[in-house]
Design a protein around this ligand. Structure first.
Ligand code: PAN
Ligand code: ZN
Length: 195
């Protein structure tokens, strides 16, 4: 972590930051219970614990005045008909948002609120998506070949709540249907607190 303001570069074609403090790699084994087709999940996992996505973080103190930022790279691929995706999370401090700037690839951001509102927005290079405070978010790569690469920035005190999503996933899934991405209801999902 630097204590003086110095820039870094995001160099095409892969946009890995020229300087970073933390490199996170998430594999199939980190996504237990998240994919709809559990049979496809377990047979893929038996073959190889594939790398699904990576995050390069520029560390800052986790304080309200700070801005945490970095690059996320979701690789192409599918588990059954469901595309590679991030775990997804609410921010622990619910009233914190996040800006994503899409550098490369094609995907969707799947979002929802604790009250059950949902939104799915398409991601393509040059596009900016502001994920509003209170909205959980997951990025999905729907391109058959290319990485989905995004720059993100969010408040230092946001924190990550993965547990809520781990319980039943997001309300909406993005799956391949007839060669195209399609948005579907997640059969495992019900409004938290509903009978
Ligand atoms: C991003 C995400 C990143 C990986 O930096 O952390 O895309 O997704 P998961 O954290 O859901 O595994 C972000 O939203 N930070 O708040
Ligand atoms: Zn976030």
């Amino acid at each position: 972590m630097t204590d003086v303001p110095v820039p870094f570069e995001l160099v095409p074609p892969n946009f890995v930051p020229s300087r970073f403090d933390n490199h996170i790699q998430r594999r199939l084994s980190n996504m237990q219970g998240q994919y709809l087709d559990q049979q496809a999940y377990h047979s893929l996992l038996a073959e190889e614990d594939r790398l699904l996505y990576q995050v390069y973080e520029l560390k800052r103190p986790e304080l309200a005045g700070e801005l945490l930022h970095g690059i996320s790279i979701v690789h192409p691929g599918k588990v059954g008909r469901e595309y590679y995706m991030t775990k997804g999370h609410f921010h622990t401090e619910l009233d914190t948002g996040e800006v994503y700037y899409i550098l490369k690839g094609h995907g969707f951001m799947v979002m929802e609120t604790p009250e059950g509102s949902w939104a799915v927005e398409e991601l393509c290079p040059g596009r900016v998506l502001y994920v509003l405070p209170r909205w959980a978010h997951r990025s999905v790569n729907v391109d058959p070949q290319e990485d989905l690469v995004m720059f993100f920035v969010y408040p230092g005190h946001a924190g990550h709540d993965y547990g809520t999503i781990e319980e039943q996933g997001f309300r909406k899934l993005v799956l391949e249907q007839g060669g195209q991405p399609a948005i579907m209801d997640n059969p495992r999902w019900s409004l938290p607190g509903a009978p």
